[in-house]
Design a protein around this ligand. Structure first.
Ligand code: NAD
Length: 325
């Protein structure tokens, strides 16, 4: 079996990709600097996995990590939009220099393909819905610009050096292991935790904002397909990865409340500055050229996620006083 490198492997999405590759018999190098990723996300993964504690800004470490690798799944990034606004330099170096360093290392060591975690934030707020890959991007925040710059670099490395690259524009991914402060779908993790604790979640705005919430298993599927699809169909391209349906925050709240037996109606707070009202994806290109088909829908994804948080909640409750995080 092939050797794979997963960057950002201790994060939510990276750890699920690492786990799936290892379970399927691949040899996996799980690289992370553990800035936001957690070691516990990699604990318990069975199979051939080596953890590499390294920073994407360390070009020499990346060169070493890429030796003998067939395909890279590049998930490592500092993803917070608000923090990227407060401190764009740190994010710029992790997200843009990090991606550049990785592409250089891949090129130097003869890696066949790089699959990249791109972001729907590349669309900004201007485009009609659903968003398609042929639309002109309009990234607004520094984070969106950084993720989009990565896409452009990938495309250039395919055109110029024939390094096979595939960029997957993720739309609001959610599932177990997601940090409650995640800028994407943290609302689910946050609402679930608060409802489990008997606290009152607040919806910012009127709750009619909608997102194309996508369960983690669908994203892992897209990554595996992107690694193996024929180069003549996918190299140098960008694909939306989502479920192709919008769901409002009001709907999300109601479903979570029903699953958790939580009785309080939502409380509404002031809308958040810069909040995009609606976002959802046209996923026809991924269906046709990657063979992607979401297998876990929104409601089933929520059910599984709630199950995981319930388990975490029960484990925390069983810990002795003083040991709780
Ligand atoms: N979650 C989503 O909805 C979503 C949407 C669009 C794009 N993305 C992209 O998907 C990827 C994974 O997102 P996630 O939700 O799993 O985030 P995450 O924060 O859980 O994972 C990111 C990982 O990257 C690591 N990392 C950060 N900077 C690093 C550096 N300089 N060197 C090495 N490792 C570093 C972190 O420690 C963390 O483990 C990111 O690239 C993100 O931009 C995510």
């Amino acid at each position: 079996m092939a050797t794979y490198l997963v960057t950002g492997a201790a994060g939510c999405i990276g750890s699920w990709i690492t786990q799936t590759l290892a379970e399927r018999g691949g040899t996996v190098r799980a690289l992370d600097n553990f800035s936001t990723g957690k070691r516990e996300n990699l604990a318990g993964i069975r199979g051939e996995m080596t953890v590499i504690e390294a920073d994407l800004r360390d070009a020499a470490a990346l060169l070493h990590a890429c030796e003998g690798v067939e395909c890279i799944f590049h998930q490592g990034a500092l993803p917070s939009v608000p923090l990227a606004i407060q401190d764009p330099r740190t994010r710029h170096t992790a997200n843009i220099d990090g991606t550049f360093n990785l592409l250089e290392a891949a090129r130097a060591t003869g890696v066949r393909r790089v699959v990249y975690a791109a972001s729907s934030s590349a669309y900004g707020n201007k485009n009609p819905l659903p968003q398609t890959e042929t639309m002109l991007p309009g990234p607004l925040s520094p984070y969106a610009v950084q993720k989009y710059a990565g896409e452009l670099y990938l495309r250039s490395y395919w055109e110029v050096y024939k390094l096979e690259t595939v960029a997957l524009r993720y739309f609001n991914i959610f599932g177990p292991r997601q940090a409650p402060d995640s800028p994407y779908s943290g609302v689910m993790a946050k609402f679930t935790r608060m409802m489990l604790n008997g606290e009152q979640p607040v919806i910012h705005g009127d709750g009619t904002q909608s997102r194309d919430f996508t369960y983690i298993e669908n994203v892992v599927q897209a990554n595996l397909l992107a690694a193996s699809a024929p180069a003549d169909k996918v190299a140098g391209r960008v694909f939306n990865i989502a479920c192709g349906e919008p769901h409002t925050l009001n709907e999300t709240y109601a479903l979570l409340a029903e699953m958790l037996g939580y009785k309080n109606p939502p409380q509404y707070g002031p809308p958040r500055a810069g909040d995009i009202p609606h976002s959802y994806a046209d996923i026809r290109a991924a269906r046709e050229d990657l063979g992607y088909a979401p297998t876990v829908d929104f409601t089933e994804g929520l059910r599984r996620t709630v199950g995981w948080y319930r388990q975490q909640h029960a484990q925390r409750a069983a810990q002795p006083v003083g040991a709780k995080a």
